[in-house]
Design a binder for this molecule. Structure first.
Ligand code: LCS
Length: 399
């Protein structure tokens, strides 16, 4: 255990120290990658005791591993939760959480602007098991209330939402959830706990694609769930163990290493994004910019209320139709044309044909993902170079 009192430590300190003290076995300062599928028992009795729960210990990496646990310990600290559970991807985390609350015949309420993979899980895959998502516009709280019935098992909110940065009022939704005695699950991937703390706003469970800002370097796919210890124990025992969507020790180690710089990375992502959003806002070839930090963002006031910063994601509509967007994405050089987000490298993509191609044309129109919408994940490069890059690429577009 750590010598410092981590309960009192500030966020940036937790990022560096939250995974734990030096390795007890060797004194290694960096948590070792315990790259082992199985763990030897000291005796038959020892093994039997671990299986029956009488003694603590490691058995098999699908059930627990010290490197995975270091990552989980740190994420629980950073989100201010009792416990956390790592998964092999954000989708493994999200699907396990939904399945942990729902049975055939049940439903849940979610916002309608979601990462395309989450939307596909909700409207294509889960209905095969007779579990139904009621996707609604959660900026109007009445829509949430009227979608709840006696078969509703949870409320699921992604905020700010991918890709339009639509924001849902978590405190208000938390109260609705409490009133109906159902949990509120929040996807905190875009803001990370550095800018938004859902558990303090009334959420019961937080999920992440840890692939993004948590790892930060574009070298790992992973997910994490944070919540009450009793819930996380159940999720580990019944859904991670049985469905098997575990994280590898190497990936858990990469995430612990990535988290050490989360606070300074998020500051830099945001500083760069604010500059770029302001630059784009007044560019003659740009129709509209979606960034929670701009006063023109429809939920700017809610962002100010529930977030301590606006993050590094921007979406904008370009003038000149789809061709102009294609020209921009083919001309830009420092921004890489790629999906994913939250990396130190800046990325650019076209949601309608890429990350959100799981939405039908009607659904895309309903949630405001047009053919001319471009999404930026602003990295940590020098902002002058990023703006120069955008400026040169925008100059190549004829409108
Ligand atoms: N939640 C959000 C908000 C996401 O953006 C993603 C992935 C996921 C969950 C799923 O996480 P994964 O399984 O990929 O770790 N978002 C992606 C995106 O916008 N481009 O590529 C993946």
């Amino acid at each position: 255990m750590s010598k410092i009192n981590l309960k009192k430590a500030h966020f940036a300190t937790l990022c560096v120290h939250g995974a734990g003290d030096v390795d007890q076995a060797t004194g290694a300062l960096s948590i070792p990658i315990y790259q082992s599928s199985t763990f030897a028992f000291k005796s038959a009795k020892h093994g039997a005791n671990i299986f029956s729960g009488e003694e603590e210990g490691y058995v098999y990496t699908r059930i627990g591993n010290p490197t995975q646990e270091a990552f989980e310990r740190e994420m629980a600290f950073l989100e201010g939760g009792e416990a956390a559970l790592a998964f092999g991807s954000g989708m493994a985390a999200i699907s396990s959480v939904i399945l942990s609350y729902c049975q055939a015949g049940d439903n849940f309420v979610s916002n309608n602007t979601l990462y395309g993979g989450t939307h596909s899980l909700f409207v294509d895959t889960l209905p095969r098991f007779n579990i139904h998502a009621r996707e609604i516009d959660s900026t109007n709280l009445e829509n949430i209330i009227s979608a709840i019935d006696d078969k509703t098992r949870l409320i699921y909110i992604e905020t700010p939402a991918n890709p339009t940065l639509t924001i849902t009022d978590l405190k208000e939704v938390g109260e609705i959830a409490k009133k109906h005695n159902i949990p509120l699950v929040v996807d905190n991937t875009f803001p990370t706990p550095y800018f938004q703390r859902p558990l303090e706003l009334g959420a019961d469970v937080v999920v992440h694609s840890a692939t993004k800002y948590i790892g930060g370097h574009g070298d790992t796919v992973a997910g994490i769930v944070v919540g009450k210890k009793e819930y996380i124990d159940d999720l580990r025992g019944n859904f991670l163990r049985d469905l098997g969507g575990i994280i590898s020790p190497l990936n858990a180690w990469l995430l612990v290493r990535g988290l050490k710089t989360l606070a300074i990375r998020m500051e830099r992502h945001q500083n760069n994004a604010v500059k770029i959003a302001k630059y784009l806002q007044f560019h003659p070839k740009v129709k509209q910019v979606w960034y929670p930090g701009l006063t023109t963002h429809p939920q700017h006031d809610i962002a100010n209320k529930q977030m301590s910063g606006y993050g590094g994601m921007i979406a904008f509509e370009i003038k000149g139709g789809k061709k102009a967007g294609e020209k921009l994405m083919n001309s830009i050089q420092l921004f890489t044309l790629a999906v994913s987000l939250g990396d130190v490298d800046s990325l650019i993509e076209h949601p309608a044909s890429m990350t959100h191609s799981t939405y039908s044309p009607e659904e895309l129109a309903e949630v405001g993902i047009s053919e001319t919408l471009v999404r930026l994940s602003v990295g940590i490069e020098d902002p002058h170079d990023l703006i120069d890059d955008l400026s040169l690429a925008l100059r190549k577009i004829n409108v």
